[in-house]
Each structure stands twice: as structure tokens, then as C-alpha cells.
Write a protein that binds this ligand. Structure first.
Ligand SMILES: Cc1ncc(COP(=O)(O)O)c(C=O)c1O
Length: 517
């Protein structure tokens, strides 16, 4: 039951403060003894106060392995705040939460329905568990070269084809803020008698402001993982896994979380989840309303900079996309001839502005309650500066080449238009999805002996590695999949086009690592 008054409690943060105030003689880890023995450069880099708070929760605060007392209370408060029956605090990010959830619902040989472009922690979860993935292709925003969400009809088809699947996993919001129709997905998974699990790494804030898209647990998910450190006040690595009793075995989930966590979780990381939760319950509506206003201003002003475009909400319900989180700003300077990486570098060098991420076409920026009019002004001014310098560079280059006209922008044409007109479609690669041909489980492929062969010789072999060309960042091959002539041809084309490729040992794609026959 949600008790609003109890949400002001921060048991772990209070205990941390008490411990620091007690001037304890520390005969426990770490060896620097609350900073007393720390090297001067480390003290300078992280500050004495950080070192004074640097100890595991077991040293004076709590015994994590049994999760009694303070941690249990903090987790109960978090479960109530995020709308779940249970919560587990994580100090290894949502990465460990995704892995724990896979292990909680699927064992060796079990089928699990997952998006083809899942975060890499899900592949690790499959390798740990021995489960077999049934992939659903996400929609791709062709104009921006980014993946969005899995369409509901794709999940339905997978459920029909695999009635024995143990769970449906989806990611929402996507990296660029596209939100899936979690409500419909939950209904379909439940009709099939299995849980819907949402990787909500980028959605810890959603529950705390009525102007934001609906959060996973409200929309009917049985479990989710959410990074408190990504958009809230959690220290880096702070995440939580949430679950409702019924379709997910919560005892097994707890066991998996314990297996995957360190036995020495840093007390400040755990306390930061406690404080971030209390902050959100007390003030989330106002904080995020203000952040949304800042994001709207940023979006509008960036959109007016010549050569810059910023991704906005697509039409609702198009191709699996049900809503959009406006606090993620995806910005492209493709019209100025800049890749996302170049844009990132110029922002850093010219204006000391650091982005969240860059891909071959775009940069992604987060706007939160930590921003202000000043920080948004600084961002807009920095982008303006890049636009001016890049336009001058481009003009010089074209002059030198004897060309007057600006090249046609490879970037998006109408960022505010409806999703379908923007090309939200369902391909894996450049045009159509490539058929996935599983030959063995990711786990069997991972533990198999591999050899390196030329790409041409790889046809017919089983891949020993993941290959993810960007854009759109969707795997073309995963460990355990047969390399067809079509896939090899696609990879050749990707290499020729100079697409950046993540995953394989040889990113030029001249060779691939395959399973030894
Ligand atoms: C969709 C998604 N899931 C999981 C993760 C892992 O989160 P963490 O960095 O908290 O481990 C990320 C990280 O970016 C992500 O984007």
C-alpha cells in the first residue's frame, strides 16, 4: 500500500549520515580507511567527503546478503513508489537487473521473446541462462537512422509461433525516447499466460510526472528494470529491479539478483536510490514539469538553428510507437555535413559541452531537473557555434571542389511529421529485415571453440559473435546464428558503405569468428 508520508523516510541515507557523524575507527574495507591513507591525487580527484563515505553497506549499515532492516525498508519504500510488489536495489546498473530477470524467467532451452535490438546485457543474460531468443524486429526511424520499439503485431506473431515461450521482454522508452505500447503488449503476454518484462532503463522518471509517458508498471508490466542513475539523482550504477507477484517467481528473482551483485555494494550508491526516490515522490511533478518546459524550449531553439534538426514526437500509435519522452534530445547536424561523432567532438572542443551519446548521424542529450535556463542557453549557443563553424567549413570545401550547392542533407526531412511519413518501418538492415537463422543457443555458441574465417568463407558457418552495423544499431548476426549468403552480402555492403560496426573482433568485417565445426 502506498503511504505518502512514509515516502519521506530515507533509511539508508540517514544511516550513512549517522555513520559519518559517529567518527568510527574503521577496521574494515577499503584499505584507504575513510580517506586517511588515500593518495593525494585521488583525494583531489574525488574529494575527501566522497572517500569518507566510501564503504560497503555491510560495514556498519546493513548486511546486504540477508537484506534485513534498513535495505529491506528502503526497498519496500521504492517498490511502493514505483508501483511494484518488490524492488531490489542494484549497484551494477540495469545491466545486472536485465540479466537477473532473464535468469528468473528462462532456463536452459527455454524460449523468450525479445527485441532484436536489446541492450547487450540481455545477450549476456541469455548466455548465462542458456535460453533461446525469439527475436522481434523493432521499427526503425529511417530518417534518423535509429531503432524505435517493437511493434505489437510483431510480438503477437512471436507469441502465436512460440506458444511455449516463457516471457516477453521489451525495451521502452527506446534510447531516443520512443515508448512502446506496453499496455497492449502486457495484455497479449498475459493472454498467453506469460509475464511481460520491460527494460525501462531510460524511464525511472516516468512515474513521477503526469505529463510524461506512462511507466511500465502502471501499464501492466510484471517486472521491469530501471536505471536510477540515468535520469534521476542516483549515483552512477544505481538501478532497481521491480516485480509484481504472480507471473514472475519473485523468490527466484531475488536469488538471481544476489548471485549477480557484489557482496560489497557501496553504501552511497544504495543511499542515492533512497534519496532519489524520496525526492521524486515529494517533488517529481514539479521538477519534471520544469524540465519538460526546458526541453521544449531547447527543442524549439535548436530547431531554429540553420542546419540543425531535432527529433520530436512522432504521431501516436504508429508502427509500435505509442508515445515519446521529450526529455531526450536527438540532434542531427547532417545538413552541415557532420556525423554525430563530429558534432560531439566540436561541442566538446569548442564549447565544453558533453553529450550523452553519439552515433554516426546524431547526438543524444538528456534534459533533466538538474538543468536550468543557463544550461539550456549554453547548449543552444554551443550548437549555434558548431552550426556556424561547420557551415563555413562546408562552404570552403565546396568552393575548393568548385561546387556551389550544398549537398542534400542525409538527415531527417520533417522531424515533427507523423511517424509513418517519417519512414517508421520494420527493417533490420538498410531496407528489409534479414531472416534470422538460429543454429544453436547464444550460450552454446559462446562456449564453443571458434575460428576466424574470411567473410566470403563464412557462408554456411555459425557465427561466434555479435555484429551490429550503425545505423540503425540492430544486430545482423548474434552468436549461434547461421551466416547466410544474404547476411554476408549485407555485411559486405555495410563495410563498403563504411558503416560503423559494433560487436565483432574485426570491425572492418574482412573476417568473422565462427563456431568450429
Ligand atoms: C535499454 C538499456 N538497457 C539497459 C542498459 C544498461 O543500463 P546500466 O548502464 O544502468 O547498466 C542500458 C544502458 O544504456 C540501456 O540503454
Amino acid at each position: 500500500m502506498f503511504d505518502r508520508t512514509a515516502q519521506d523516510e530515507t533509511p539508508l541515507t540517514d544511516a550513512l549520515l549517522e555513520y559519518r557523524a559517529s567518527a568510527m575507527a574503521a577496521f574494515h574495507t577499503p584499505g584507504h580507511k575513510l580517506g586517511a591513507g588515500a593518495p593525494a591525487d585521488l583525494v583531489e580527484a574525488v574529494g575527501r567527503r566522497m572517500l569518507e563515505a566510501d564503504f560497503g553497506i555491510a560495514n556498519g549499515l546493513e548486511d546486504t546478503q540477508e537484506s534485513r532492516g534498513l535495505l529491506a525498508r528502503a526497498e519496500t519504500l521504492a517498490a511502493q513508489a514505483w508501483g511494484a510488489d518488490i524492488a531490489h536495489f542494484l549497484v551494477n546498473g540495469s545491466t545486472s537487473g536485465v540479466q537477473a530477470l532473464v535468469l528468473a524467467v528462462a532456463g536452459p532451452g527455454d524460449m523468450i521473446i525479445v527485441p532484436r535490438n536489446s541492450h547487450k546485457s540481455l545477450l549476456a543474460g541469455l548466455i548465462f541462462s542458456g535460453a533461446h531468443p525469439v527475436y522481434v524486429e523493432p521499427t526503425v526511424h529511417l530518417g534518423w537512422g535509429v531503432a524505435a520499439n517493437v511493434p505489437t503485431r510483431g510480438v503477437l506473431a512471436a507469441l502465436d509461433a512460440h506458444p511455449d515461450a516463457k516471457a516477453v521482454f521489451v525495451t521502452s522508452p527506446s534510447y531516443n525516447g520512443f515508448c512502446a505500447d506496453v499496455e497492449a503488449l502486457a495484455e497479449h503476454a498475459h493472454a498467453a499466460g506469460i509475464p511481460l518484462i520491460v527494460d525501462q532503463a531510460w524511464g525511472a522518471h516516468l512515474r513521477f510526472c503526469s505529463k510524461l509517458p506512462v511507466d511500465a508498471m502502471t501499464a501492466g508490466a510484471d517486472a521491469s528494470v530501471t536505471s536510477v542513475h540515468k535520469l534521476l539523482s542516483g549515483l552512477s550504477q544505481a538501478s532497481i529491479v521491480l516485480a509484481c507477484r504472480g507471473r514472475v517467481d519473485t523468490d527466484r528473482l531475488r536469488a538471481m539478483v544476489r548471485m549477480l551483485q557484489t557482496t560489497s555494494p557501496l553504501a552511497p550508491i544504495l543511499a542515492s536510490i533512497d534519496s532519489a526516490r524520496a525526492q521524486m515522490v515529494a517533488d517529481g511533478e514539479r521538477l519534471w514539469s520544469d524540465a519538460l518546459a526546458l526541453a521544449a524550449r531547447a527543442r524549439s531553439e535548436i530547431g531554429q538553428i540553420e542546419g540543425m534538426t531535432v527529433l520530436s514526437a512522432p504521431a501516436k500509435t504508429a508502427a509500435g510507437v505509442c508515445d515519446f519522452d521529450p526529455v531526450r534530445l536527438t540532434v542531427s547536424a547532417a545538413a552541415l555535413g557532420l556525423t554525430g561523432y563530429e558534432l560531439e567532438m566540436r561541442l566538446r572542443r569548442e564549447s565544453k559541452v558533453a553529450v550523452e551519446a553519439a552515433d554516426p548521424r546524431n547526438v543524444v542529450l538528456n534534459v533533466t531537473f538538474g538543468d536550468s535556463d543557463e544550461s539550456i542557453d549554453r547548449l543552444v549557443a554551443a550548437l549555434q557555434l558548431v552550426a556556424e563553424s561547420a557551415a563555413a567549413d562546408l562552404g570552403e570545401r565546396l568552393n575548393a571542389e568548385g561546387r556551389a550547392a550544398r549537398p542534400a542533407p542525409p538527415g531527417p526531412a520533417d522531424p515533427a511529421g507523423p511517424a509513418e511519413s517519417l519512414g517508421l518501418v520494420v527493417p533490420t538492415g538498410l531496407v528489409e529485415p534479414l531472416p534470422v537463422t538460429p543454429a544453436m543457443s547464444p550460450r552454446d555458441a559462446f562456449f564453443a571453440t571458434t575460428r576466424t574465417v574470411l567473410l566470403d568463407e563464412a557462408v554456411g558457418e555459425v557465427s561466434g559473435e555479435m555484429v551490429i552495423p550503425y545505423p540503425p544499431g540492430i544486430p545482423v548476426l548474434a552468436p549461434g546464428e547461421r551466416i547466410t549468403a544474404e547476411v554476408a552480402a549485407y555485411l559486405k555492403e555495410a563495410a563498403l558503405l563504411g558503416l560503423s560496426v559494433h560487436g565483432p573482433h574485426d570491425t572492418t568485417l574482412a573476417t568473422l569468428r565462427v563456431v568450429q565445426r
